[in-house]
Ligand binder design. Structure first.
Ligand code: ADP
Ligand code: MG
Length: 257
């Protein structure tokens, strides 16, 4: 079976007034269905560019992006995208916000409405349907943003530093909630983060990128001996620290190069 995502030898430069900025250099990796993969790398190395390629928002100069074996731009696989800012609209209630994607795509059906209702119930937002975003905590807003993305039933989730606007305590709680939801809903996900602990706690595999133009420095499969894996339980696994040191060292080797 084809992997759900395959990047083959991707090269890309941005062209600006100042000249050419090489962003990605010969990037190849795959993601299997149901896998949770984290991409880590220094700021400005090209992580968001990789997500934009997968979402089909930009095209590579060289190489190919395949979703279930088909070029990303021809694929009818629905890719959900979650960003650092939650982009909830203050003039809409929580319910109207989480239904927005379905409305825009004219996909509102009684079944889909019931599913979104259930997601809100399951993830602690059932009592807040008529509330405006400003009345919700940062963590509730991120959960709402994820539910709005899940409402469209994406086969693949792209998460671009979704927790970086939150304070440390909230960030731990929200990454635990979001990681648990994504696993329970059996989604395939690619998370961009510059937080090594977050990557290890959430992912099945961590891909380390070099400073820009990004190349792949190393891929590290994460195997933790915890009985039920959640981001929070992962942090207390005996192997956690070893992975942290390994990845930290890889990132620093690159900085010194
Ligand atoms: P990251 O998400 O890892 O911080 P990005 O993918 O956003 O990095 O950017 C990679 C590099 O490409 C950076 O040097 C950035 O300044 C540059 N870049 C990103 N988008 C554009 C653009 N639209 N035009 C020109 N340069 C860009
Ligand atoms: Mg970025």
């Amino acid at each position: 079976m084809d992997p759900i995502l395959e990047l083959k030898d991707i090269c890309l430069s941005y062209h600006s007034m100042e000249g050419e900025i090489p962003a990605l250099s010969h990037i190849s990796f795959t993601v299997e269905k149901g896998e949770f993969v984290a991409l880590v790398g220094p700021s400005g190395c090209g992580k968001s560019t990789i997500l934009n390629l997968i979402a089909g928002l930009i095209t590579p100069e060289g190489g190919s992006v395949l979703l279930e074996g088909k070029p990303a731009q021809e694929s009818d696989l629905y890719v959900g995208y979650m960003l650092q800012k939650d982009h909830l609209f203050e003039w809409r209630t929580l319910w109207q916000n989480v239904m927005l994607g379905l409305e825009i795509q004219k996909k509102v059906t009684p079944e889909r409405k019931a599913r979104v209702m259930q997601l809100l119930e399951d993830y602690g937002l059932g009592g807040f349907r008529d509330v405006r975003p400003s009345q919700l905590s940062g963590g509730m807003r991120q959960r709402a943003a994820l539910i709005r993305t899940l409402a469209l039933d994406p086969a693949f989730l792209l998460l671009d530093e979704p927790f970086s606007a939150l304070d440390y305590q909230t960030r731990l709680k929200v990454s635990d909630d979001i990681g648990t939801i994504i696993r329970r809903e059996q989604r395939t996900a690619l998370l961009v983060t510059h937080d090594i602990s977050e990557a290890i706690s959430m992912a099945d595999r961590v891909i380390i990128l070099t400073a820009g133009p990004a190349r792949i420095q190393k891929e590290v499969p994460i195997r933790l001996s915890v009985s039920e894996r959640t981001p929070m339980s992962s942090r207390s696994a005996p192997e956690f620290k070893t992975y942290f040191n390994e990845i930290w060292k890889e990132l620093n080797t690159d900085a010194q190069a």
